[in-house]
Design a protein around this ligand. Structure first.
Ligand code: MTE
Length: 397
């Protein structure tokens, strides 16, 4: 792609909100404070987590008449094509509200049980946005691959997305990932080539000018700064698909790992976290409002969120919401199936205790009680019950 920075150039990173908690400066990885996560259903762009593996590339201004930005589509297709932004803008524009969650969300808590490799995250490697753009199914149809195809006429079964950025894990090559062709060509899977986030032009941190959004799937497959699309017989052979973002059992460590034994992680499991309280809190005795988010992968709605104020011995059910003014029903078409819900429960907390949240999705999947049983060397998919400690500050008589 023309018009790009040098691979090691961190001198021209975009401006970022000063309140973000920075987990790594170069590449830039940052998350919002817990309370910012539940202050609105749609996460403002400036508070949306940023997860980069290299410098943010500089791409031609697509509004300039001499912009050379394009996406090439090749591989196992009859007509290899170069798509310009105007071609993508001519396709029907859709919006979808979808939660993006990094597989490493809550990694810091997992690393406390046993060391893991990867950027540390609290509970904020997640956000909910309204993505605007073209459906990948429409783009593929444009180049002769019909909707609902499982295999292209030349035997392609996977769609690979290659980025413009350069990452050290790829030895200075671009970030890339793939999804099955059946998902890419299914309009109901809502896989997007997005050029807007929350009604604004996508900003540089989130993939300007064009990114992939794969709803319900770990964030690693939603490739930013899209450069090319390849139709392949096999899944992408890149680092982030073959040697990362795979879930291993607790028995596997760096001395006995065989990456080929596991499949790349796609859907994320059911997840929830309490955002209105920090890990340790000092509060006055009385009622406390417990607020947080819950979401499940694969478009599975949230059936229930349970909150406990005694470390999990007794539970109350939290209320759930998405958009203001309309009730959330886990399998109702009017609800955003790819988006998180925000939950709320009010509880009396007479003494110091552990407050816990756990969510159940529509198929009855439930978060595991302890992080130890799901420990894995890359520290991904920490979906264990979320716990916070409250200490009661009794005022002196
Ligand atoms: N795409 C490119 N090109 N480079 C990246 O580093 N990171 C991935 C994904 N797409 C990444 C990428 C990961 S791991 C996640 S979780 C999401 O982007 C984060 O998207 P965000 O920064 O917009 O929140």
């Amino acid at each position: 792609m023309p018009g790009l920075t040098a691979p090691s150039d961190y001198a021209r990173e975009p401006p970022r909100h000063p309140s973000l908690l920075v987990n790594s400066k170069e590449p830039f990885n940052a998350e919002p404070h817990r309370s910012a996560l539940v202050s609105s259903y749609v996460t403002p762009v400036e508070f949306f987590y940023k997860r980069n593996h290299g410098p943010v590339p500089i791409v031609d201004d697509i509004h300039k008449s001499d912009s050379r930005y394009s996406v090439s589509i090749s591989g196992l297709v009859e007509n290899a094509t170069e798509l310009y932004m105007k071609d993508i803008l001519e396709l029907p524009k859709y919006t979808v509200t979808a939660t993006l969650q990094c597989a490493g969300n809550r990694r810091t808590a997992m690393s406390k049980t046993r060391k893991v490799k990867g950027v540390g995250w609290d509970i904020g490697a997640i956000g909910n946005a309204v993505w605007g753009g073209a459906k990948l199914a429409d783009v593929l149809e444009l180049i002769g691959i019909p909707k609902f195809s499982r295999i292209s006429s030349l035997g392609g079964k996977h769609v690979e997305f290659v980025s413009i950025d350069k990452c050290k894990e790829e030895n200075g090559g671009p970030y890339k990932a793939s999804i099955p062709l059946s998902q890419a060509t299914n309009p109901e899977a809502d896989v997007f080539l997005a050029y807007e986030m929350n009604g604004e032009t996508l900003n540089r941190d989130h993939g300007y000018p064009l990114r992939v959004v794969v709803p319900g799937v770990i964030g690693a497959r939603s490739v930013k700064w899209l450069d090319s699309i390849n139709i392949l017989a096999e899944e992408c052979q890149g680092f982030f698909v073959q040697k990362d973002y795979k879930m291993f059992p607790p028995s596997v460590d760096w001395d006995n790992i065989d990456w080929s034994t596991r499949r790349p992680q796609m859907d994320f499991p059911v997840q929830s976290a309490i955002c209105s309280l920090e890990e340790v809190n000092c509060i006055k005795p009385g009622k406390v409002t417990v607020k947080g988010y819950a979401v499940s992968g694969g478009g599975r709605g949230i059936e229930r969120v349970d909150v406990s104020t005694d470390g999990g011995q007794t539970w109350i059910e939290a209320s759930k919401s998405q958009k203001a003014g309309s009730p959330y029903v886990s399998d109702d078409e009017s609800c955003d199936k790819w988006a998180w819900i925000l939950f709320e429960a009010e509880a009396d907390i007479p003494e110091s205790s552990e407050i816990v949240a756990k969510a159940v999705d529509i198929t009855g999947n439930i978060q595991p009680e302890n992080v130890q049983v799901i420990w894995n060397l890359r520290g991904i998919l920490n979906t264990s019950w979320h716990r916070v400690l409250v200490q009661i500050a009794h005022s002196n008589p």
